[in-house]
Design a protein around this ligand. Structure first.
Ligand code: ATR
Length: 294
């Protein structure tokens, strides 16, 4: 079968032996993953398909159990299923267990579901891509927010050698709970301290929804950071948030949330389709030329 992509790209040949993967979410129509994996499948001329799978919460258990029976090599898991999926896979990586959520499933040769979490990998790889040689060990990190995304990022920062994570959250109890799970290098701090957390930090990360389309702005003055510090925002709608714009204007290296999203997808693609893909400027342009979710 030859499918001509709606975006006018190269036709993509899918045989009866094609490897099949997809993304499970509810709703799933907003997901960029089908376009992203479709781009890579075309780029590397692989015999594979990646499909959106709208699965409501009541059907999550049955849908996951059906994956091996349907011959799926695996799936990505997105909102709102990431946390529940951890209890529904047969095995989970230590990262997924510590983070408390699964975003990637690989079906092993025995038909068992192996859950992992690649968000932290995506976060670190995105910075390394922008700043080759960057090391998490270069200094303290200031992380804004203590939700699911923050858990993945704090886990990755500690694993990559960050000496200290200053964790600022509106509900300080959520930051304290995260610190309990991740150890002494995480310092939970009240939200009003965010300005004071910047001097001497080597990295500032926004993991909150602030600055996203339709949400309040993030009120912070980045000039208190050293100029050598990296600023990262996981928000990607808009792509250039006020935080990223402020950091770039000051001369700090800034990385946007789209990069993290693209890099977190790489290990799943490699496991299902046998080729570790790269994040190229063409890939970014391709996704940006399609409508970005609001
Ligand atoms: P995700 O899984 O994407 O990280 P989440 O778990 O809902 O999403 O976390 C959202 C984060 O944004 C939380 O840290 C939240 O703070 P609380 O723990 O106090 O809820 C933060 N957040 C949301 N709205 C905020 C606001 N108006 N001001 C400051 N922080 C906010």
């Amino acid at each position: 079968m030859t499918a001509r992509p709606a975006d006018g790209g190269e036709p993509h040949c899918i045989s009866g032996q094609a490897g099949v993967a997809g993304v499970i979410g509810w709703p799933v129509g907003h997901s960029l993953s089908p376009r992203l994996h479709g781009f890579w499948l075309r780029q590397y001329r692989l015999d594979g398909a990646y499909v959106p799978l709208p699965v409501c919460p009541e059907d999550l258990h049955d849908a996951l159990a059906a994956l091996p029976k349907l011959g799926f090599r695996g799936v990505n898991v997105t909102v709102p299923h990431k946390v529940r999926t951890l209890a529904l896979v047969q095995r989970a990586t230590s990262a997924a267990r510590l983070i408390g959520a699964v975003n990637t499933i690989v079906v092993d040769p025995q038909g068992l579901l192996i859950g992992s979490n690649t968000d932290g990998f995506g976060f670190i790889e995105n910075i390394r891509n922008a700043l080759p040689g960057w090391s998490a060990g270069s200094g303290p990190a200031a992380v804004l927010g203590a939700g699911g995304a923050a858990r993945a990022i704090v886990f990755a920062l500690i694993e990559a050698g960050a000496p200290e994570v200053r964790l600022l959250n509106r509900t300080v109890e959520h930051a304290e709970a995260l610190a309990t799970d991740f150890g002494d290098s995480v310092r939970p701090l009240p939200w009003k301290e965010r300005q004071n957390a910047l001097p001497g930090a080597a990295l500032l990360v926004n993991t909150t929804i602030l600055g996203m389309h339709g949400q309040p702005p993030l009120d912070i003055d980045v000039s208190a950071l050293p100029r050598s510090a990296v600023v990262a925002d996981i928000v990607y709608a808009p792509l250039e948030t006020a935080l990223i714009a402020q950091a770039r204007a000051l001369g700090n290296t800034a990385v946007d949330g789209l990069g993290m999203l693209l890099h977190q997808a790489r290990p799943g693609f490699a496991a299902w389709f046998g080729h570790m893909p790269i994040v190229s400027p063409e890939l970014r342009e391709h996704l940006l030329s399609c409508a970005m979710p609001a």
